[in-house]
Design a protein around this ligand. Structure first.
Ligand SMILES: *Cc1c(COP(=O)(O)O)cnc(C)c1O
Length: 464
């Protein structure tokens, strides 16, 4: 018998392990089947370890028991955890894009745990419509005849194309066939919607005549897409939105603009198309995300001509893409903040407007606190000018001036520290940072003031 075979035979049974005091105690707190699963998994990883390297200590009962306990503890930890975003990327898609305001979050919590008027008309005492809660607000804010909300902007694009252009052609410039990330590609969405792509022009230049020549009996829609995450520079050009609108009017075709981020107010110092401007220019329909520059929950907003919005709503797939009451609660509160001019309640807008001097003072205070806790023997700190990034598919290469805390350790490389910071275990919060010039770079623009103590604790733990 090989050493591995003899060790495998010595492994205890599941029942034997479940009878051990520590695991028996867990069985009184947790479902026995779950504890048994943990034991099976501990045995399985141990078998694999024995095959690789047969060492007698692998089969020790205490070790197996401990392994099962660790599995159980891992299963009890939430997977979706809060983190500190010290990257300075405001709309960080991987970190959940826009954080909601406190009031919006409170409305979500309230809607979550009670019955609500989601689809109930209190006046009439009968069924209402779930979009009524935000449709009026959106109409007022956007100057749109009608609006509706779906799960996200990808769903909005899909639903609009499926409703208005299925089995027909959609004319779009070659310069706008974008990929946003995670496989959201305009040509793929188009294909999935059953609409045929009619590409016109070239990557860098498309003329109005290119659109005109492509229009035929099968054409259903003229599509305009925000470039989002890239920029074309140099010898470039595309028709003004007004020209496209005029062409649509002449040919009786609706013009639909996928705005991507779709700002409701002009963000200071950023060039971002306003949804209101597109609608005022005469675009038939626009769509944009709820959790990009708008600063609300994940959602896709479709707004524009009432007859077209009604058609989109009547599409049976709307039912599959609509939002739940928690999204409506968050979106309603966020939109009401815009309506009432309470923009300081919207975290993304608030963070965008923090003055560089304030960020510098915060960065210097953090460095002073770190030096007080760690001394200056192990790490070197500096506060240097830098750039925050808006992100989230808003026009790229647009940055906001900031001050960055740079940290260099004499013991650990930046790569080691970056990893240590993001893998901190609870109750410490993981910190997500950038590396610049082989140093840690922290931008406090995206760190909430009430997270600053937690940031200090996490940094001290990782740097010590
Ligand atoms: C971000 C973006 C989308 C996708 O929006 P989600 O809300 O993430 O689904 C679609 N189109 C454009 C132009 C975008 O920038």
């Amino acid at each position: 018998m090989s050493p591995a075979e003899s060790l495998l035979r010595q492994l205890p049974s599941v029942d034997e392990l479940l009878g051990r005091p520590v695991l028996a105690a867990r069985c009184r707190e947790l479902p026995r089947a779950l504890v048994a699963d943990a034991v099976r998994e501990a045995l399985q990883v141990t078998r694999a370890a024995i095959e690789r390297d047969p060492r007698p200590e692998l089969v020790a009962l205490e070790r197996l028991e401990q392994l099962a306990v660790e599995m159980l503890e891992r299963w009890q930890q939430p997977s979706l955890r809060p983190v500190i975003n010290a990257t300075g990327v405001l709309l960080h898609t991987n970190l959940g894009r826009a954080p909601l305001g406190r009031e919006a979050a409170r409305r979500v919590a309230e809607a979550a745990v009670t019955y609500t008027t989601l689809e109930y008309d209190l006046e009439q005492g009968r069924r209402g419509r779930r979009d009524q809660h935000v449709a009026g607000l959106l109409g007022r804010l956007l100057g749109a005849e009608a609006a509706l909300v779906v799960n996200n902007n990808a769903a909005a694009v899909f639903l609009v194309l499926h409703t208005l252009a299925r089995d027909g052609e959609v004319v779009v410039s070659r310069g706008e066939l974008i990929e946003i990330g995670e496989g959201f590609r305009i040509p793929d969405i188009m294909q999935a919607s059953g609409a045929r792509l009619r590409e016109v022009g070239t990557t860098n230049r498309t003329r109005l005549a290119d659109y005109e020549q492509a229009i035929g009996p099968a054409t259903r829609l003229l599509l305009r897409v925000h470039h989002s995450n890239f920029r074309i520079v140099g010898f470039t050009g595309r028709p003004e939105l007004e020209e496209l609108v005029e062409l649509g009017r002449r040919t009786g075709l609706p013009v639909y603009e996928d705005l991507g981020s779709g700002a409701l107010v002009a963000p200071a110092g950023l060039e971002e198309p306003l949804a209101t401007a597109s609608l005022r220019a005469g675009v038939s329909l626009v769509s944009f995300s709820g959790d990009k520059l708008l600063g609300g929950p994940q959602a896709g907003i479709v707004a524009g001509r009432s007859d077209l919005v009604q058609r989109v709503r009547r599409n049976p797939l709307y039912r599959a893409l609509r939002v739940d009451k928690m999204t409506i609660a968050a979106l309603e509160e966020t939109l009401r903040d815009y309506l009432l001019g309470r923009l300081d309640r919207i975290p993304v807008l608030q963070m965008m407007h923090i003055a560089p001097d304030v960020l510098r003072a915060r960065a210097e205070a953090l460095v002073a606190a770190l030096e007080a806790r760690l001394g200056s023997g192990l790490c070197a700190f500096a506060v240097v000018p830098g750039q925050s990034v808006v992100g989230g598919g808003s026009t790229p290469a647009q940055t906001l001036p900031t001050w960055v805390v740079r940290i260099r350790s004499r013991r650990d490389s930046a790569v080691v520290l970056e990893r240590r910071l993001r893998t901190l275990a609870p109750p410490l919060l993981p910190v997500i940072v950038r590396i610049e010039d082989e140093q840690l770079a922290l931008d406090l623009r995206t760190v909430f003031v009430d997270q600053q103590e937690a940031l200090l604790a996490s940094l001290v733990a990782a740097l010590q």
